[in-house]
Write a protein that binds this ligand. Structure first.
Ligand code: GNR
Ligand code: NI
Length: 170
């Protein structure tokens, strides 16, 4: 397994629509493993393949609490097949928009269809943080960042801060 560098906005790969995988073979399973390791190293609760420069429809999530057993979920070609009418507000952050946080409104519960690490079709129904995280990661596969839900003013403020921080640390 390998810890890979995470791309920061406004990298063009983050704006692209990622391509479906034909199947979860050994290559995709390895990508999933590397993404899990990279997510843990970055202390994130999710990661999408475009964030490591791979424009493929693969995400990993793990919303386990401190002190609980890790519970990584690997998903290829994830699709939201149902989302609740009921919405909720969550403070979101993103490893590709480092150290910036903002409230985003999304459906509280979702049902997601995907291929697991063994290429088996599965569905998961999620609420709470897992539902938010799955929607955030699937957005990445469509070139969407959480800042895209904010006003132009707030979005630009955040993206400018990120660029300034990147230049200072480059
Ligand atoms: O680590 C992460 N935390 C987080 C918090 C609230 C809503 C979504 C997230 S996902 C984020 C990791 C990340 O950037 N995944 O793409
Ligand atoms: Ni993100």
């Amino acid at each position: 397994m390998a810890v890979l560098p995470i791309l920061v906005a406004p990298h063009p790969v983050l704006k692209q629509k990622a391509k479906p995988v034909a199947a979860v073979d050994a290559r995709v399973a390895k990508l999933m493993d590397d993404m899990v390791e990279t997510m843990y190293a970055a202390k994130g609760i999710g990661l999408a393949a475009p964030q490591i420069g791979r424009s493929e429809r693969v995400i990993v999530v793990d919303v386990h609490e401190k002190g609980e057993t890790p519970n990584p979920i690997r998903l290829a070609n994830p699709e939201i097949v149902w989302s609740s009418e009921e919405k909720g507000i969550c403070e979101e952050g993103c490893l590709s928009v480092p150290e910036q946080y903002a409230e985003v409104t999304r459906p509280l519960s979702v049902r997601v269809r995907y291929l697991d690490e063994k290429n088996e079709p599965r569905e998961i129904e999620a609420d709470g943080m897992l539902a938010t995280c799955l929607q955030h990661e699937i957005d990445h596969l469509n070139g969407v960042l959480f800042v895209d839900y904010l006003s132009l003013l707030k979005r630009n403020m955040i993206l400018r801060k990120v660029q300034k921080q990147q230049k200072a640390s480059a």
